[in-house]
Design a protein around this ligand. Structure first.
Ligand code: ADP
Ligand code: MG
Length: 741
């Protein structure tokens, strides 16, 4: 049945060769009950391990049921063990965290049994070894004798033809030893039982044969009594563990040692949270960088702003605006978009704010104060850390401000407003620091954009054969509206009369040409009067001090110069992530578009690209680092489990199956960590906690990112398992066991 021919086993370690045993030739038959004795170090255990397929041999040949084994791979050994070998060890090799029942069940499940099919059999076997009372007790809480009886029960359940016991009573008292040996004898009827012992007397009443070893050799091989030879009646079919039992065991293993579970759980949770923080901080940095940069033409470079113009360069009609408003993701239109790009200063006796103008229609809520109720009330959008706001919020809200740009020089009056509401800028880019936005009534928008229009237009006039350029705000030749001047006429200073014949300019033609980005227009006027210092106020309605060289035309003609409709407007969008889609739709409508972030000239596009590279690289470094840290910790945690995995292999489990168990175990825990993470996010975002910091970071994480996090965690779990089990299984069972335990 089992035959060894000149078999030798050597141990190699660190260049030193030690002999386990040499040139052993033995023959074993089913039905025999054999005792192997010999002094310590004589090679008994080594021999038993080789027979068990737990260790390889170097010389000779071992035949099992007639076939050679010297070419066996680890896989062949796996099925050999499963099919033939039941081992019993001095130190029991049970799964301490499992109950008696579970230990026995384990070997049956590993052999492909179904849980419910083996229940009866297990109970029966437990009865046979007299442990009914302890069925559900954890093995760690049993006495030595009881443990060994569990080991025997397990071998019984395996129902293999060979039972190999290495000093099974070595750790037991006399009483227990006796009952264990009796039990072994009782189950040995149709099996080959080999018991290694150095206490032959204890066992001699049962044995059929006694082999004595000395110094790695068989010293004596003596028949004690006859035995009933049996033939191997059934060929033990080898089946692998069922997939659902793998899952079941994996789950059981995930939780059966609470402290181990907790440690691994903490490691995985650490991985998810670290990844989350890294990922979201990077995305935040990316976003903030995208806000950096400038455009010398546009002041408001919000990534919600798309500047639009008609392809035919005509002014927008009301119908255009209605249609554009209907486009998806369009939140509002700023018809007069030049106002967006003008700086406005707001000052009171104690405070000064500076920034851009936005229409109140676009506001989506305020953080302090209230919404404006009339023309003179505005909302300021400012950083929460603004010095004034931080220190004097109440006072800021109660002060009166003048808008510097709207100073009414005619009446020498400031345009006064009150800040009634504050909105906080959540994410302010660094180069916009200290810059505010003012949400104002449309009347103010209109006033400001009139000013802007004037600034953006080039105004020339020809008079008496000369061409002049009129500069806004220049006191010498600025063109100003006056209610006192009739249409078609112009009133000029007498200082200009040197151009005219006899210093009389009346009825000279006076042509004004205006040109800007969008249109050209002109007025053909005639000089009606010339003012002197004395007649100035009467003829123009202004105070002389301020406008001693200005040119006055009819007020409505003046306004018509600038009110040619809107040629350029801005669309403000709801969600910047959908910007490209909105742009496509705007283009389809026949508009040319300029999306603000695309119009930023600066380092930041370049920097963004670099930032993306940095992001990928450092996330990769982080993942690798996390992997090794977690691997290191999990390896230490799992070290205590090497016994378990070696035991599984001793019981005939394949490396692949064992790896699957570990995979499931770790995947269960990593899923729990992920669930914890998700729960934490939900709680900190929505419910009880409402943590601002997390909330802010979470804004950058999309569902796609969450799934990436999930995938990385699972991948790490699988990689850790693979790496760990590769180490665990690279050796024969005994080597692994020796190394790791
Ligand atoms: P026994 O079980 O009879 O006490 P062993 O089979 O354990 O003896 O050991 C037989 C011989 O092999 C001894 O000389 C021992 O030193 C050697 N040996 C056993 N295991 C190893 C090992 N892992 N590495 C090196 N030598 C070993
Ligand atoms: Mg030994």
């Amino acid at each position: 049945m089992l035959k060894l021919k000149n078999v030798s086993k050597f141990y190699y370690s660190k260049g030193i060769v030690a002999t386990g045993f040499t040139k052993v030739s033995l023959n074993f038959e089913l039905g025999e009950f054999i005792a192997i004795t010999g002094e310590s170090g004589s090679g008994k255990s080594t021999l038993l391990n080789v027979i068990s397929g737990l260790d390889s041999y170097e010389e000779g040949e071992m035949y099992v049921n007639g076939s050679e084994t010297s070419h066996y791979t680890e896989k062949d050994y796996e099925s050999y063990r499963k099919k033939y070998i039941g081992n019993i060890f001095q130190n029991f090799n049970l799964v301490n965290s499992y109950t008696v029942y579970q230990n026995i069940e384990l070997v049956l499940l590993l052999n492909g049994a179904r849980k419910k099919d083996v229940k009866k059999k297990i109970i029966e076997i437990i009865k046979q070894v007299d442990l009914e009372k302890y069925k559900d007790r954890k093995v760690s809480k049993l006495s030595g004798g009881q443990k060994q009886r569990v080991a025997i029960a397990r071998a019984l359940a395996q129902d293999t033809p060979f039972i190999l016991a290495d000093e099974p009573t070595g750790n037991l008292d006399k009483e227990s030893s006796k009952s264990v040996l009796e039990l072994l004898h009782k189950i040995s009827k149709d099996k080959l039982v080999i018991v290694v012992t150095h206490n032959y007397d204890q066992i001699k009443e049962y044995v059929t044969r006694k082999i004595t070893m000395h110094d790695g050799k068989v010293l004596e091989d003596k028949k004690i009594k006859d035995f009933n030879s049996v033939t191997l009646n059934k060929d033990n079919e080898i089946k692998d563990i069922k997939w659902y039992n793998k899952i079941r065991l994996g789950f059981r293993n995930a939780f059966n040692i609470p402290i181990k579970f907790l440690l691994i759980f903490v490691v995985y949770s650490f991985i998810v949270f670290a990844m989350f923080f890294a990922m979201s901080s990077f995305k935040e940095a990316e976003y903030l960088t995208s806000l950096e940069g400038y455009n010398q033409f546009f002041q408001n470079t919000s990534n919600k702003r798309i500047v639009i113009k008609k392809l035919d360069n005509k002014a927008f009609t009301e119908e255009d605006y209605i249609n554009i408003k209907k486009i998806n993701n369009v939140k509002g239109i700023i018809k007069d978009d030049l106002s967006l790009d003008s700086y406005v200063s707001l000052s009171s006796d104690s405070y000064y704010f500076y920034g851009g103008i936005l229409s109140l229609n676009l506001i989506d809520g305020i953080d302090e104060g209230r919404m404006p109720e009339n023309d003179k009330e505005i909302v300021i959008e400012v950083s929460e850390n603004d010095y004034y706001i931080e220190n004097n919020k109440e006072d800021v809200l109660n002060s009166e401000y003048s808008i510097e740009n709207l100073y009414d020089y005619i009446n020498n009056k400031a345009y006064k407003v009150k800040i009634v509401g504050i909105k906080y800028i959540k994410k302010q880019s660094l180069n916009n620091y200290g810059y505010s936005n003012f949400y104002v009534n449309d009347a103010i928008v209109k006033k400001i954009s009139d000013n802007v229009n004037k600034e953006y237009s080039e105004i020339k006039y020809t008079f008496a054969g000369m061409e002049y350029i009129s500069y806004p705000y220049s006191i010498y030749n600025e063109i100003l509206p006056s209610k006192k001047v009739p249409a078609g006429k112009v009133v000029i200073s007498e200082d200009l009369s040197y151009n005219c014949k006899n210093f009389k300019c009346k009825d000279y033609s006076f042509n004004i040409n205006l040109e800007n980005l969008y249109y050209k227009t002109s007025l053909n006027l005639k000089v009606s009067k010339m003012y002197t210092k004395k007649t100035f106020a009467n003829l123009t309605g202004y105070k002389y001090d301020n406008y001693n060289g200005a040119i006055f035309i009819n007020e409505s003609q003046y306004l018509s110069l600038f009110s040619k409709g809107f040629f350029q407007s801005s669309v403000m969008i709801e969600d910047e992530k959908l910007a490209s889609q909105t742009i496509t739709e705007l283009k389809e409508y026949g508009l040319s578009t300029l999306y603000m972030p695309d119009a930023l000239f600066n380092y930041s596009q370049e920097f963004l690209r670099i930032l993306k590279i940095i992001k990928v690289v450092s996330l990769a470094v982080l993942i690798v680092t996390l992997f090794f840290i977690s691997y290191f910790i999990i390896k230490i945690v799992l070290k205590s489990r090497n016994v378990y995995f070696s035991t599984l292999r001793i019981l005939g489990a394949s490396a692949k199956g064992t790896r699957a168990l570990l995979n499931i175990e770790l995947l269960v825990i990593s899923h729990l960590s992920y669930i914890l993470f998700i729960c934490f996010m939900i709680v900190s975002l929505d419910f009880a906690l409402n943590i601002e910091y997390i909330k802010n970071l979470a804004e950058y994480i999309t569902p796609y990112d969450y799934s990436i996090l999930y995938a990385i965690l699972l991948l790490m779990s699988i990689l850790i398992t693979n790496r760990y089990s590769r180490k665990l299984f690279k050796n024969t069972v005994k080597n692994t066991y020796r190394e790791e335990v």
